[in-house]
Design a protein around this ligand. Structure first.
Ligand code: XMP
Length: 512
C-alpha cells in the first residue's frame, strides 16, 4: 500500500483516488499521525501532499523522521517537494510572484516517473499552484523538468528513489498526472496494481467476521446506497447475526420504502424491522417552519426511534454504519497561525456511546463511486446503486414552511413525474441530483373554464462531483415545458412550475 501524508492541501483526496485508480491501495494520514499510520500500514511507498503552509515558517509541518529513515520511495508534491528539500539540505525561498494555474514544463532528462510517458525535449502542460519555490537542490537530486517559473519543476534522486514535483499531478488539469502517479506506485514502488473490488470484498468479509465474532449487529437502513451496501456486505459476512432497522419517517420519495423493504426482505433475505413512524414525525413537525428546527427535530427523533427498536431487539453489541472515506479523513486545516485544528468526525449523533455499542464501518476506506462498484460486486443493480443522493431529513427540507402529510403527498407525486421524465430522456446518470421543491406560495391560474389558486413547484437539477460545489443542469429545450405541463395536469394542488438556475455557491443544493 501507499501512505499519503496530508499537509492540508485542498486536493489530497485526489492523490488517494489516483493511486487507487492505479490498482494500489492507499490511505491518507494527517502529518501529525503519519508516524502511527506508517507503523500500522507498513506501506511500500510514501506520497507527501501539498499544503497552504510555508516551509519557511518555523512551525510548519515536517515529514516524520521514521519515514526519511525507512529507505522507502517518496514522491513529494508541491509543499511535499519543498519540505523534502528543506529537510534533506536544499534551499526553499519565498516566491516573489508564484505560479498559479496552467504552466508548461520542458523535460530535460529521463527519470523513472516518465517511463513510457515523457522523453527529453518534450513540453507538457501541468497545473501549478505555489508561492514558495525550491532554489537549491538537496545533495543527490538532479532536475529532470523545468518551467519558466520553476527551474526544479520535477527533481529526482534515483539512488534513494526520491522524486518530487512543484506542480500538482493529482488534478485533472495536469493531463498526464495520473500516469505520473501510476508510474511512481507501480514502477518505482514495485506494486503490481492488483487491488480490486473482489479482493476488497473478500478481505472485508474476513475482517467483519474477526471483529464481530458471534456478536449481534444492528444496521440502520436509510434507503440510501451507502447503508444498503454496508448491510448487504455485513450480511454476507455474518448472516443472520445482522438485523436491519429501517426507520420510515414518512418523508421518503414515492415507492421508496417498498423498494427497500422488498429488496432486503425478499431478495437478500436479511432480517429487517420496518418501523412506520410517519405519525410521530408529522405530529412533531406541526407548526415547525424554521429549517434548522426541522433538521434538529428529525435528527433527534430518528435516533430516539432507532434506539427504542434496538433495545427491543436487544443484545446487539455492534452498530453498523455506511460511513464513507470523505467523512472519515481528518482534513488538516490551518487557522492562520501555527495552531492546527482537526475537523471532527461525524457519526450518528453519539448513538454508539449512548448505547455502549461498537461501530462496524466496512466502507470507511471507500469513496462514493467505489461504494457503487462494491454494490455491483455484491449483486445490487445499477439502478439501485446509481441512485441520486437523498438527504436524511428527506422531503421535509424540500417543503419550505410547514410540512404536512398533504404537502408531502403532493410533492411525492410531482417529484415522481419529474424523475420519470428524466429517466425516460436518458438523463438520470448525467445529473448528480434532481428533485422537486414544493413552495408555500399560491398563485392564480386558469384550467378549463375555472380559476385555480394553487401551490408553486420548483424543479432543481445539478451537476457536481462531490456535492461541495454544483452547477444547474441545462436540460434540452423542450424537456422542462413538457414536465411542467405534465405536473400541472396530473398533480392536484400545483398550478405553476419554475426551474432553479442557482449554482452552489452561492446557493446550496437543497433549499433548506
Ligand atoms: P447542500 O444542500 O448543503 O447539500 O448543498 C449537499 C449535499 O448533501 C445532501 N444533504 C444531506 N445529506 N443529511 C444527508 O445525509 C442531511 O441532512 C443533508 N443535507 C443535505 C444534499 O442532498 C446534497 O447531496
Amino acid at each position: 500500500s501507499i501512505l499519503i501524508v496530508d499537509f492540508g492541501s485542498q486536493v489530497t483526496q485526489l492523490i488517494a483516488r489516483r493511486v487507487r485508480e492505479a490498482g494500489v491501495y492507499s490511505e491518507i494520514a494527517p502529518f501529525q499521525s503519519a508516524e502511527a499510520a506508517f507503523e500500522r500500514m507498513q506501506p511500500r511507498g510514501i506520497i507527501l501532499s501539498g499544503s497552504p503552509a510555508s516551509v519557511l515558517d518555523a512551525d510548519s509541518p515536517r515529514v516524520p523522521q521514521v519515514i526519511l529513515d525507512s529507505g522507502l520511495p517518496i514522491l513529494g508534491i508541491c509543499y511535499g517537494q519543498q519540505v523534502l528539500m528543506a529537510q534533506l539540505g536544499g534551499i526553499v525561498t519565498l516566491g516573489d510572484s508564484g505560479e498559479f494555474g496552467h504552466a508548461v514544463i520542458e523535460v530535460s532528462d529521463r527519470c523513472s516517473l516518465f517511463d513510457g510517458l515523457w522523453t527529453e525535449g518534450e513540453s507538457h502542460q501541468v497545473w501549478m499552484s505555489h508561492g514558495d519555490k525550491v532554489t537549491a537542490l538537496a545533495p543527490g537530486f538532479r532536475p529532470v523538468a523545468a518551467s519558466p517559473g520553476a527551474p526544479f519543476a520535477v527533481i529526482a534522486d534515483d539512488d534513494r528513489r526520491y522524486y518530487a514535483m512543484q506542480f500538482h499531478p493529482e488534478v485533472v488539469h495536469t493531463p498526464d498526472g495520473a500516469k505520473l502517479i501510476c508510474n511512481f506506485v507501480r514502477h518505482v514502488c514495485g506494486l503490481n496494481g492488483d487491488w480490486t473490488m473482489a479482493g476488497f470484498r473478500a478481505a472485508k468479509i474476513e475482517e467483519i467476521r474477526k471483529q464481530v465474532g458471534t456478536g449481534r449487529v444492528i444496521c440502520g437502513l436509510s434507503g440510501g446506497v451507502d447503508s444498503s451496501v454496508a448491510a448487504v456486505l455485513i450480511h454476507e459476512a455474518i448472516g443472520d447475526q445482522l438485523t436491519c432497522v429501517f426507520v420510515d419517517h414518512g418523508l421518503l420519495r414515492a415507492g421508496e420504502a417498498d423498494q427497500v423493504v422488498g429488496l432486503f426482505r425478499n431478495h437478500y433475505n436479511i432480517p429487517l424491522v420496518h418501523v412506520n413512524a410517519e405519525a410521530l414525525f408529522m405530529n412533531g413537525l406541526t407548526g415547525v417552519t424554521d429549517p434548522e428546527a426541522k433538521r434538529k427535530f428529525i435528527g433527534a427523533t430518528f435516533i430516539d426511534v432507532f434506539e427504542a427498536e434496538a433495545k427491543k431487539i436487544g443484545g446487539a453489541a455492534f452498530l453498523a454504519q455506511g460511513t464513507l472515506y470523505p467523512d472519515v479523513i481528518e482534513s488538516v486545516s490551518f487557522t492562520g497561525g501555527p495552531s492546527v485544528t482537526i475537523k471532527s468526525h461525524h457519526n450518528v449523533g453519539g448513538l454508539p456511546e449512548r448505547m455502549n455499542m461498537k461501530l462496524v464501518e466496512p466502507l470507511r476506506e471507500l469513496f462514493k463511486d467505489e461504494v457503487r462498484a462494491l454494490g455491483r460486486e455484491l449483486g445490487l443493480t445499477d439502478a439501485f446503486v446509481g441512485r441520486h443522493p437523498f438527504p436524511g431529513p428527506g422531503l421535509a427540507i424540500r417543503i419550505p414552511g410547514e410540512v404536512t402529510r398533504e404537502r408531502c403527498d403532493i410533492l411525492r407525486k410531482a417529484d415522481a413525474i419529474y424523475l420519470e421524465e428524466i429517466r425516460n430522456a436518458g438523463l438520470y446518470d448525467a445529473i448528480w441530483q434532481a428533485f422537486a421543491v414544493l413552495l408555500p406560495v399560491r398563485t392564480v391560474g386558469v384550467m378549463g373554464d375555472g380559476r385555480t389558486y394553487d401551490f408553486v413547484l420548483a424543479l432543481r437539477a445539478v451537476t457536481s462531483t462531490d456535492g461541495m460545489t454544483a452547477a444547474a443542469y441545462q436540460f434540452p429545450g423542450d424537456f422542462l415545458p413538457r414536465v411542467a405541463t405534465r405536473i400541472v395536469n396530473e398533480v392536484k394542488g400545483i398550478n405553476r412550475v419554475t426551474y432553479d438556475y442557482t449554482s452552489k455557491p452561492p446557493g446550496t443544493i437543497e433549499w433548506e
